[in-house]
Ligand binder design. Structure first.
Ligand code: ACO
Length: 325
């Protein structure tokens, strides 16, 4: 049995419909909701996001990202023995989006399940896949983050609807004799469940509760900056590395101010921080693999680079993965 897991390919998918801040502000203004490009850019760093067409579901975006990752890894879908999809906007209550993706890929029989850890979902899913590979339960995994957050946005609530977008990212993770993933850390604190939630469910044939995303932005901000620093220090210590070893920081892309604050605390030069939030908005579980794929394809992240992935989001959940690419 091989002792490690490594990322051997990345892929992503953004729906073609790009919505700039100006276009969103004009659309919201028609419903009497006031916002501006200046406010959104100054508070979040977001300039645009992509929204999926009405008929497009998470598994559609996931499929495109998965195929791109398989191609990059030079890997046949039939050789995949584990599919994990991180999503909070699944196609259905059940079956899992991972099972739907498996079927769309035309491969059948391998383990497939979803992970629900909101914006930390990809870091959770990657950690589970790494653990399963290292114990021999799987040897070649597709790990996907995919979201259509536009479906759960209340476009009458300017404090949330300007922040999120749709998209997907994927990696192929394979068993390897040399490390790839060096250390992982997953954390959660359910006492903060109410600061970021979509508190609805389906029962008795109806939506019960509230079907739109709700957030206490300042409370999330405060918690996020603290836990991201802790998670980074924890994985570095576990891997016996220091901040100086980090070539690239790819944090969850929610808000440029949270991301820059984390980079500063880790004493990283600003150019070591991968930023896609400006063009993607917050795509929840998709944000990290989307940013990873963009930085690999643009030639920033190269084989051998040390990369720190960090997720934080509803639950409250957070975590980090340190890896040699
Ligand atoms: N356009 C214009 N004005 C707005 C908007 C908007 N879209 N949204 C809020 N405002 C107004 C508020 O009404 C308030 O007005 P008031 O002072 O007259 O009451 C003012 O702007 C300031 O509001 P705050 O909520 O205090 O603004 P803040 O500087 O905290 O920024 C933000 C809000 C961007 C949400 C910030 O708190 C944040 O980024 N928090 C982190 C949350 C986050 O990143 N969430 C993503 C999901 S969670 C995750 O992925 C980690």
């Amino acid at each position: 049995m091989k002792g490690y897991s490594r990322i051997t390919g990345t892929g992503s998918c953004l729906p073609p419909h790009r919505v700039s801040n100006e276009a969103l502000a004009a659309q919201l203004a028609r419903d009497g909701v006031e916002t501006s490009d200046a406010w959104i850019v100054e508070r979040t760093g977001i300039r645009a996001r992509h929204f999926a067409a009405a008929e497009v579901v998470s598994s559609d975006l996931a499929l495109v990202a998965a195929r791109a990752a398989l191609e990059a890894a030079d890997c046949d879908a039939a050789s995949i023995d584990l599919i994990i999809v991180a999503t909070s906007t699944p196609d259905m209550i059940f079956p899992s989006t991972a099972c739907i993706v498996q079927n769309k890929l035309g491969v059948h029989g391998c383990a497939a399940f979803d992970v629900q850890a909101v914006c930390s979902g990809f870091v959770y899913a990657l950690t589970v896949a790494d653990s399963m590979i290292r114990t021999g339960a799987a040897s070649k995994a597709l790990v996907i983050g995919s979201e259509v957050f536009s479906r759960i946005l209340d476009f009458k609530d300017r404090t949330t609807c300007v922040l999120f977008g749709d998209g997907a990212g994927a990696v192929v993770l394979e068993a390897s004799d040399r490390p790839g993933i060096l250390a992982t850390e997953l954390r959660a604190d359910g006492r903060h469940a109410n600061i970021l939630c979509t508190p609805g469910t389906v029962a008795a044939g109806k939506v019960l509760g509230h079907p739109w995303l709700r957030m206490d932005g300042p409370a999330v901000f405060k918690l996020a900056v603290t836990v991201l620093e802790d998670a980074a220090r924890s994985v570095l210590a576990k891997a016996d590395r220091t901040e100086a070893d980090i070539d690239w920081l790819i944090p969850h892309q929610a808000n440029i101010r949270i991301m820059q604050s984390t980079a500063r605390k880790l004493k990283l030069a600003p150019e070591r921080l991968i930023v896609t939030v400006d063009e993607h908005g917050n795509t929840s579980a998709a944000s990290i693999p989307l940013a990873l794929d963009e930085s690999v394809r643009s030639g920033k992240v190269k084989p051998g680079d040390t990369v720190l992935l960090e997720g934080v989001g509803g639950g409250f959940t957070w975590g980090a993965v340190l890896l040699d690419f």
